[in-house]
Write a protein of this length. Sequence first.
Length: 366
Amino acid sequence: MKAAVLYEVGKKLEIIDLNIGKPKKGEVLVNMKAAGVCASDHHVIHGQIPYPTPIVLGHENAGVVEEIGENVQGIEPGDSVIMSFVSSCGNCVYCRTGLANHCSRHYSDPKVQHKLFDNTFRIHDQEDTGIFQMNKLGGFAEKQVVPADSLLVIPNEVPPEVAALIGCCVTTGFGGIVNLDNIKTGSTVAVFGCGGVGLNILEGAKSLNANKIIAVDISDHKLEFAYKFGATHVVNAKNEDPVEKIREITDGGVDYSFDSFGSPMIMKQAVESLGRRGTASLVGLAHPKSDVDLNMVDLVRNEKKVVGSFYGYASPLVTMKKIVDMYLTGKINIEPLIRKKFMLSEINEAFEDIDKGEDGRGVIVF
């Protein structure tokens, strides 16, 4: 099968032929139909997120089941599926309590994280070198063997490119706000970063009937695009102080702020833009060694909260199911996120578009 492999950090992905094994107990072989091109993959390519190599990236995936291994239930060949990039072991305390996004076995070791649960490879190159699969997936390939517990079976009428985006950016963004506790109608919201995740946070704020929904970015065309997803106000942080502007728009600060980008500077701004008793949700992943300088007096006196939000702040498959249902009933609009479709052979061009700051999401189609 053809796959795009990262052999060395900072280099382009190489399209090569790989050998793929059969699914073992609790595993499924999937024919890929679509894979979103996410900034997280881009961060891995450029070394901002340290992953082992050689590795097949791609964690925003949709496909059709070709073959199932032993003891797989509820999934059949021919089923259309979305893949969760956190594979649930089903046994740890987090998986048993509905928090599969924190599966302790999945994150027990960085290298095991990118192999299957038995700590072995399913794909090899022509020299028989084992190839890691990003988060046990690896969607930038024509096929993949994945844990059955990472799959959500969906109706065939959901287009693969839409289903793929539900696998990461829609669930992370939309779920990250709608699953956050106690957001009330009329709340004010600021979203820092108008990439795929940020746009879905805006969409979620709109669905919750937020009053003022403020999009913050440094790109005018991204801010214009944000209006399509529910922004009522936009702030170009390159031209004006976003904290001061947000305080001006809201007469003191927002009830909720979201950092969808992941940088110490933006995290600090997200906290500073809050009003009294506001909550800052940190959704984007910063570099593992990043530190944020926060004013602790401000946090205490104004009773501000800072929370992390990972993969929709809840069980990914549960949130994905809700989003699929909302999509099929016209309650959430996902197609405008799709900026351009690429073939696998064009994958490096798709990542160059991220460097250019293009709107929306590129999707690899098979």
